[in-house]
Write a protein that binds this ligand. Structure first.
Ligand code: ATP
Ligand code: MG
Length: 405
């Protein structure tokens, strides 16, 4: 008989089910085996030092949900480390031998058994309306059951901790891979940028000469002007990449974020007009300065604006907001380009990840690195079907009252 219930309890506690379901099964089994009316299982919160009701089986009357470690019959059981057995002819009142416990009230037999090995995991609380004689054999059996329950809860907690640790390790690994990719990217980009810069300067120089020779001839000057402008843009980009890969080359100075954003926006003025994009500025004036490499930060806003323009090829609104919040200068850049597909959200900061035919997938990776190098934070608020907001938080310069390390 005893072996039967033990093997069943082991079966329940070793099952793959969630802990709560297993405890429910155990509570139901105890009720039928001991012919009690109610069985509750409490779990001990090690931090708060309280017993919390996990499951209840049997008739509807509810027991107390939480017990302090010095409260009621469960409190007595866990304090002494020994089970409490009460059997009497009359019904138990709200107070038993000076211990107040409403959960016992109205019953004739009550068992409160600690669930523990070296550590306390919880308590079993069983109640019956009838007077029951609990034989020494049954008491021993109950002790074994409680120990088995303790082992099951302990194993479960170990698995939860392990899963948690595993997840943290995987996250860390992913971040390491990201950092490694960026490092490789930095080296490659620097080499490429060096190679491209020289011929680019020649193209720029010759085009300017061509511009002088063509004079004001309207049939060609528009094209030549475009070439000059594009070459300038590429030169700046190459400069940015060379600086991006060389962290020691950061030139920090006290900067006004509005001013940097304004300069970046001017760069795209033609594109905004051409695509029918309205730029709404909601920028707080006279904010504290940030400590930044001006060219690098400009690259950040260039990249974000370029993405916004590409997302709003058929027009829209780009809203740029800046504000001072505690120790941060916060910039929010929102577009109405439809947002980012939820499925690709986790990839957008990865180098070389792009959904565009002619994209390099470097824009946001570079942006992320520059913001992080400035001890800042970049966040994305995606509103699927509407647009996306990039939030950039940069620390207020220490000279300006910022107190970041
Ligand atoms: N404002 C935006 N709206 C919608 N999707 C965006 C936006 N910004 C970024 N994305 C998505 O994130 C991807 C990665 O952006 P990222 O700037 O890193 O590379 P890219 O724009 O594709 O290429 P490159 O910047 O080199 O031109 C984009 O391909 C696009 O799918
Ligand atoms: Mg981009």
């Amino acid at each position: 008989m005893g072996y039967d219930i033990l093997s069943k309890i082991i079966e329940f506690t070793d099952s793959e089910e969630a802990l709560e379901k297993r405890l429910e099964d155990v509570a139901a089994l105890l009720i039928s085996f001991f012919a009690f009316d109610q069985c509750a299982i409490y779990l001990f919160d090690q931090e708060k030092k309280i017993l919390i009701l996990a499951v209840e089986a049997g008739s509807k009357q509810e027991g107390q949900r939480v017990y302090r470690e010095d409260e009621g019959l469960p409190g007595l059981a866990i304090k002494t480390g020994k089970p409490v057995f009460i059997t009497q002819f009359g019904r138990i009142k709200d107070v038993w031998q000076g211990i107040a416990d409403k959960s016992a009230s109205g019953f004739k037999t009550v068992i409160c058994h600690p669930v523990k090995d070296d550590i306390l995991y919880g308590a079993l609380y069983m109640r019956s309306m009838d007077k029951k004689i609990i034989s020494p054999k049954k008491k021993k059996l109950l002790a074994v059951i409680a120990l088995q329950l303790a082992t099951a809860i302990k194993n479960y907690e170990c698995i939860v901790h392990l899963t948690d640790a595993n997840k943290k390790m995987q996250d860390m690994q992913a971040r390491l891979v990201h950092a490694e990719k960026l490092l490789a990217l930095g080296e490659m980009a620097a080499t490429l940028a060096h190679e491209i810069r020289n011929p680019l300067m020649s193209i720029g120089g010759f085009t300017k000469r061509l511009q002088q020779q063509l004079g004001a001839d309207p049939s060609h000057s528009a094209y030549v002007e475009r070439i000059v402008k594009e070459v300038e843009r590429l030169e700046k980009l190459m400069d940015g990449i060379v600086r991006f890969s060389d962290k020691s080359g950061y030139e920090l100075s006290l900067e006004d974020i509005n001013n940097i954003i304004e300069e970046a926006a001017q760069f795209f003025e033609d594109e905004f007009k051409g695509s029918g994009i309205a730029v709404v500025r909601d920028m707080t004036p006279d904010m504290p300065r940030i400590e930044a490499d001006r060219q690098q930060l400009k690259l950040v806003f260039n990249n974000l604006m370029a993405n916004a323009i590409q997302a709003m090829a058929k027009g829209g609104t780009l809203t740029i907001q800046t504000r001072h919040e505690d120790n941060w200068i916060v910039t929010e850049m929102s577009d109405t380009g439809g947002g980012i597909d939820i499925k690709i959200m986790s990839n957008i900061f990865n180098p070389f990840y792009t959904t565009k035919e002619t994209g390099t997938g470097l824009g946001l990776a570079i942006t992320h690195t520059i913001v992080t190098n400035h001890k800042g934070i970049i966040e994305v608020n995606n509103n699927m079907g509407v647009g996306v907001t990039f939030v950039i938080k940069l620390p207020v310069a220490r000279e300006q009252g910022g107190n970041y390390e």
